[in-house]
Write a protein of this length. Sequence first.
Length: 346
Amino acid sequence: MTRVTVLTGGSTPERDVAFAGAAQVVSALRERGYEVPVVDTVEGPLSPEAERRLLVPSVGRTPPTREALRALAERELGPRLVQLPQIAEADVVFLVLHGRPGEGGTLQAVLEAAGVAYTGSGPLGSALAMDKDVAKRLFEWAGVPTAAWRMWPAARAEVEGLGWPLVVKPSNVGSTIGLTVAHAYTELEPAVEQALQYDDEVLLEQFVPGRELTCGVLGERALAVGEIIPRHELFDYECKYTPGMSREIFPAELPEEVTRAVQAQALAAHRALKLRDFSRVDFKLAADGAPRCLEANTLPGLTRTSLLPQSAAAAGVAFGELCETICRHALRRAGRGNKVEVSESR
């Protein structure tokens, strides 16, 4: 039996999001006949009781407090993870993690050094995508239009040149955590202080009014384009993970040429950042009808309200098939492609 260890949890503000996604992945893979141990990067291997307590499919309206996260960070297993039998002896490790420690390339480098097969992008691609400033530079190099930006600190003239409002966000954090919208220069400093609570680098990005779009990538295939209509000004943490706080339309009701443009740009962004296996790329459809790429997610959410599963489903890929395909990519890369023959033949 193929052993797929799900590595999840962590000590980032997105810990609850990771557990919610892991609940879905674990259930789907076990239903398809895989042996699926679960490991939290903080607590280590989870007992059946701990799984019942932590792997819940819903996410709260707010992330964990900074005090709780500091306490968790002190207990992170770090490189010791690869000494756990559940990791060292796995056929593949399925990463359901969010935030810099698990998504930014460091964990990927540790797993590669230990010879552990894992899902998703490698150390370089993970690091490139996590740093929003570097990612946007690569988007421009690849010919993928992106919203104008500056890194803080910046001269007032440069900031004003972006226009108002501005999106102010941590450069290396996801799920819109620490993100606010500044409508005037007087609002900028408090917005920057909010972002600095979660990262030491802050990005100031031109606010692009228009429709919010997203597109999943699986292997070398662009999936369905979706539209998100949040109840708040932005698609924030609460809107992302609280049922009923946003409308998500898959496939998006768009002219065919716009759909094709978004899919082409999603693939171009995926390749520019040297990503692999899967990703999700987010866009705004500007007033001129052209998409502007905002960011790429190397380990997009896999909760019941997450966008990648919806993008896949609209393209004819059910959730279980999505998880198994992701595993298959990692197994083949590790030279273990025969490990999935039984499940493929069902």
